[in-house]
Design a binder for this molecule. Structure first.
Ligand code: CO
Length: 651
């Protein structure tokens, strides 16, 4: 097996964008406690790096090597829930413990915190109504019941809608300790719980259907899985072609920084490409800013399943520890991350971020008429992490290629959510996987926040100037402009204001979007740019006037462009938990700001429509969705030409 380097906490975490280390988290939390800012009433809802503005970072970068280095004090933003008042506050604090600001966010509701879920589930398990309803279904051992704590969305029963924070609990039966409990949903029984007080507010017990009994084993110890192939090893006998300086990655002509956020998980910062000795910037910050899963089944509480895995749970909390040779194959460099628990303790997640190189088939090839063969093998650099949120796994994979392109791919796997209905029932919004076991239709909708800075160079200090262009291909009607009928052209439209920049994909026009720097021209006098190419995607089926439609209004466009604002980070708003809707992108863009020749952020919405297949059971093979950023007139010619052959002359 290949060597592995565990980076652990990088010794001198000194860059302002570096993930918060365990030591830093512990020291700033203890300082807040010491100074009485935090006490027994408080729970930590989120703790993130406080990222300095771009102009400050640019000054930091340009001064880093000089004598009068302008040090930026590392800082964090701590989102705190005061349990005595239910109010949420955001505290900006330096690592040394100096409080910069402390502000109550009126109307904000904290995301679901792990301690609250645990408390709510044990309250439900103690509730006499729940116990009796389980008995009626033949379940007498309460320890064999698995409950999940789900945000209720905005679908709160009228009599409980007085502003409290509420979760509800779908349940499954686990007949043996290692059984796949998702095979045995308990229909129509949910507890609704106030997570601030721990009170079980209501028990819904409205549809008693037999618990499906067909097991869904997937562990090797249960299935005896024995389809084997011969060993496949990846060796890099002369070592890897990448290096790290702290969290800064250098590979091929690329450099960028790895970041991590308790809310978003993996983040990529400060992406540059070395173009023949000239460093050119491409992106400032790239992340998946929201992930929402609207379910399309109106039955049994399934209509409430609309979780915002990023904004309501804090996706980074659920990051896996990865295993060499299993999650990642080859010569791996891992990074550990640390997250603050609600009670202020700190949890380290070992091997949370995986970095390595992958062979990626041929990069390019041509056989000339004289028989000369030029072929290059391609390689890509991969940065990835995987989270487990209840039943599902999400892998976030960022790929850097030798042709100057960047790709993001989400890998969706895990177990489909299940409910019970009568075998063979006329149940129109779900697939029957086994007799009486149904998997509701749903969508996984992701929103990437792409703060691209195309060839911004020294402009960063004074202000980046980019524009976004929509490019459609079209054909004129048969006639003077299209004599043979086969002609087609492109139309390029600059998106000038935010309301003009709410766009959807159009495969009939092979639509793509290009971020250009109108102030930097390539060798042909055209503005340099990168194009955003959407991949396999979907469009929301939920009606815009539905509660999920209002709360996740960002879903209804595949592209939004906003003027860059440091505090506009999350497309459904900062606090989607039980929010009535309208926050985030739909709200910000009402200002209709000018987005031409300025510092812009692209928001790309993409995802999958999941009509569960029999073959998605018991664990779904990986489904992929993502997008590609490709240079478009950024370079004078293909940067892949500069890649040397990897082997002796090829014939
Ligand atoms: Co799915």
């Amino acid at each position: 097996m290949s060597a592995v380097t565990a980076r652990g906490n990088v010794a001198s975490a000194s860059h302002p964008l570096d993930p918060l280390s365990k030591d830093e988290l512990e020291s700033l939390i203890s300082a807040l406690r010491r100074d009485g800012v935090l006490d027994h009433r408080h729970l930590i809802a989120m703790l993130q790096v406080e990222e300095p503005p771009k102009s400050v970072l640019a000054r930091f970068r340009s001064n880093q090597n000089s004598e009068d280095v302008e040090k930026i004090e590392r800082a964090a933003r701590v989102t705190v829930l005061d349990r005595s008042t239910g109010k949420v506050a955001e505290i900006v604090v330096t690592i040394a413990g100096h409080v910069v600001s402390n502000k109550v966010i009126e109307g904000a509701k904290a995301p679901v915190l792990s301690v609250e879920s645990e408390m709510a589930i044990s309250a439900a398990k103690r509730d006499a109504r729940v116990i009796e309803a389980l008995h009626a279904r033949g379940v007498t051992d309460i320890d064999s019941v698995r409950m999940e704590a789900w945000p209720i969305g905005a679908q709160i029963p009228k009599h409980l809608d007085d502003g409290r924070r509420i979760i509800w609990t779908p349940m499954w039966h686990q007949p043996t300790p290692e059984a796949n409990f998702y095979a045995h949903p308990i229909s129509g029984l949910h507890a609704i719980i106030d997570i601030d007080s721990g009170e079980v507010l209501a028990v819904e017990n409205d549809q008693q259907i037999a618990i499906p009994q067909t097991p869904g084993p997937y562990r090797q110890s249960q299935t005896g899985a024995d389809v084997e192939l011969k060993p496949f090893e990846i060796r890099q006998p002369e070592g890897v072609s990448f290096s790290f300086d702290g969290y800064k990655a250098n590979w091929e002509r690329w450099s960028f920084r790895i970041g991590f956020c308790q809310r978003e998980g993996l983040v990529i910062h400060d992406v540059w490409f070395d173009d023949g000795g000239q460093l050119r910037k491409i992106a400032h910050r790239m992340s998946i800013a929201e992930l929402v899963i609207p379910y399309g089944d109106p039955s049994q509480g399934a209509y409430r399943k609309n979780a915002f895995d990023t904004g309501e749970f804090g996706l980074g909390n659920y990051t896996n520890s990865l295993t060499l040779g299993c999650d990642c194959l080859g010569e791996i460099v891992y990074f550990d991350v640390a997250v603050a628990n609600p009670d202020g303790t700190v949890r380290e997640i070992k091997n949370a971020i995986c970095t390595h190189e992958e062979d990626f088939g041929i990069l390019w090839k041509h056989v000339d008429i004289d028989g000369n063969v030029e072929v290059r093998r391609g390689r890509r650099f991969v940065v990835s992490s995987i989270v487990t949120i209840n039943n599902y796994e999400y892998g976030y994979f960022w790929y850097f290629y030798q042709d100057g392109s960047i790709e993001f791919e989400a890998k969706l796997t895990g177990i489909v959510l299940t409910l019970a209905d009568n075998p063979g029932a006329d149940h129109v919004s779900a697939t029957e996987l086994e007799p009486g076991l149904w998997a509701p239709y749903h969508q996984h909708i992701l929103c990437a926040r792409l703060d691209l800075d195309i060839d911004s160079g020294a402009d960063e200090i004074v202000g980046v100037r980019n524009s976004v262009v929509e490019v459609d291909s079209f054909a004129h009607e048969m006639g003077p402009k299209n004599i043979h009928g086969g002609a087609y052209e492109i139309s390029e439209t600059i998106l000038k204001r935010e309301l003009d920049a709410k766009r959807v994909v159009d495969p009939f026009k092979s639509r793509f979007w290009k971020v250009i720097n109108p102030n930097r021209k390539n060798h042909m006098g055209k503005p340099v740019g990168y194009k955003l190419i959407s991949g396999h995607t979907t469009y929301p089926l939920a009606k815009p006037e539905s509660t999920i439609g209002r709360r996740a209004g960002f879903m209804y466009q595949h592209l939004w462009v906003t003027k860059n604002e440091n505090n506009e980070r999350y497309p459904a708003g900062d606090y989607p938990f039980q929010h009535a809707g309208g926050a985030g992108l739909p709200q910000w863009t009402q200002a209709n700001r000018d987005i031409e020749n300025t510092d812009v952020v692209l928001w790309h919405v993409f995802g999958t429509n999941h009509i569960p297949r029999a073959e998605d059971w018991p664990v779904m093979p990986v489904e992929r969705t993502g997008f590609h950023l490709k240079p478009s007139g950024f370079f004078a010619r293909s940067p892949a030409i500069d890649v040397a052959p990897s082997a002796k002359p090829c014939h």
